[in-house]
Design a protein around this ligand. Structure first.
Ligand SMILES: CC(C)(COP(=O)(O)OP(=O)(O)OC[C@H]1O[C@@H](n2cnc3c(N)ncnc32)[C@H](O)[C@@H]1OP(=O)(O)O)[C@@H](O)C(=O)NCCC(=O)NCCS
Length: 157
């Protein structure tokens, strides 16, 4: 579901656990209150946030800004489900292509993005304080995603 103010504390706790340069509470607040180009989502069960993700949509391009899953809830499909939600949002809002940056060493996130069709198109040297970013692109959003998502909701997954 859409990230709301009441989710921010939990989101920031995960962010601090996961990243060495975490976004602040204010950064998330600005994104969901002020940034009209941004959409943020949480994976939520009984009020607990298990992961979150966001993107900016600028004309026909979407830029994924953030995607993280609580370390104790990984490898259960949460990251994939969040990425699917972002891709559907991008599609609904008219984006044709999707891009993101990922640390060169972050092989498991690269695996996730590749699984959904992203390919590596470039490098931003030193984009992270001590590391290069790989630039990945998805040229066309898979057309079957909406149907898969609806079927999952029906099954309660
Ligand atoms: C990347 C991340 C979001 C994946 O979340 P997740 O819930 O574990 O992912 P899923 O269970 O949906 O896995 C989806 C795919 O990701 C890849 N993947 C996830 N964890 C992996 C691992 N430990 N080793 C190898 N591939 C992995 C696989 O391709 C997997 O598909 P498969 O299960 O068919 O093999 C999570 O590891 C995370 O939060 N990492 C820290 C934050 C981060 O790096 N975010 C990306 C910033 S660009």
């Amino acid at each position: 579901m859409q990230m709301r103010l009441e989710h921010i504390e939990q989101v920031v706790t995960i962010e601090q656990e996961v990243y060495t340069s975490p976004w602040s509470k204010n950064a998330f607040l600005q994104e969901i209150i002020d940034n009209r180009l941004a959409s943020y989502f949480v994976a939520l069960l009984a009020g607990t946030v298990y992961g979150y993700a966001g993107l900016w949509i600028i004309l026909d391009e979407a830029h994924i800004t953030n995607l993280a899953v609580r370390p104790d809830c990984r490898r259960q499909g949460v990251g994939g489900a969040l990425l699917e939600k972002l891709l559907m949002e991008a599609d609904c809002k008219g984006a044709a292509k999707v891009t993101l940056e990922v640390k060169r060493s972050n092989r498991l996130a690269q695996n996730l993005y590749r699984k959904y069709g992203f390919v590596r198109r470039g490098v931003r040297p030193g984009y992270y304080s001590n590391e290069d970013a790989l630039i990945m692109w998805l040229d066309s959003i898979p057309s079957g995603l909406h149907a898969v998502y609806k079927a999952r909701l029906k099954e309660g997954k």
